[in-house]
Design a protein around this ligand. Structure first.
Ligand code: FAD
Length: 150
């Protein structure tokens, strides 16, 4: 097995509802558990930023399924690299919504890794995307409440 990490960003459709995010998380947990995939999905400012880790073939298959999903568009592959170990092994998938209600800690993290106060993955380099996802995971691992209304 060859372990890979894939990071991409995309633009949510304008009519995305909180229920859509819950549906995405539910199917992701189910499929990813079966496929040995782990990762994190961030949503904010109408943008998704997701990391997937797992077997190269499974990551590839999952990403291609995701790209075809009508709930978002303009998928941009940020990186796809072999890795030695997983960083998000505690989550088959977790969804974090970053919006106006986010705490100062979250706002500061967004600012730390980009030139903007809101999530704009296209303005972040691949290593900034990964560092942001790792830091945000640390913040939310301490909290039980991942969902904030869109
Ligand atoms: P089916 O349920 O058979 O659906 C067939 C097609 O319809 C697929 O193209 C599907 O994408 C699309 N679709 C399904 N429901 C809706 C809906 N409510 N509105 C519009 N189109 C719909 N899946 C994972 O397994 N793992 C992940 O980590 C993961 N992350 C995702 C991240 C994002 C940002 C998005 C938008 C989706 C994600 N998904 C993920 C969901 C994925 O795109 C598929 O919907 C899911 O894997 C089921 O695939 P399927 O072919 O069995 O779909």
């Amino acid at each position: 097995m060859s372990l890979y990490r894939l990071i991409y960003s995309s633009q949510a459709t304008s009519d995305l509802q909180p229920q859509d995010l819950k549906d995405i998380l539910e199917i992701s947990v189910k499929n990813n558990t079966a496929d040995g995939i782990t990762g994190l999905l961030c949503y904010g400012n109408g943008q998704f930023l997701q990391v997937l880790e797992g077997d190269c073939g499974q990551v590839n298959e999952t990403y291609h399924r995701i790209v075809g999903d009508k709930r978002h568009h303009s998928c941009r592959l940020i990186e796809c690299l072999p890795i030695k170990t997983r960083d998000f092994e505690v989550w088959s998938m977790q969804a974090i919504t970053l919006n106006d209600l986010s705490t100062d800690q979250v706002k500061n993290l967004i600012l730390k890794y980009s030139g903007f106060p809101v999530l704009r993955p296209e303005s972040m380099a691949p290593e900034q995307c990964l560092s942001f996802l790792l830091d945000i995971a640390k913040v939310y691992q301490l909290s039980d409440n991942f969902f904030i209304d869109l």
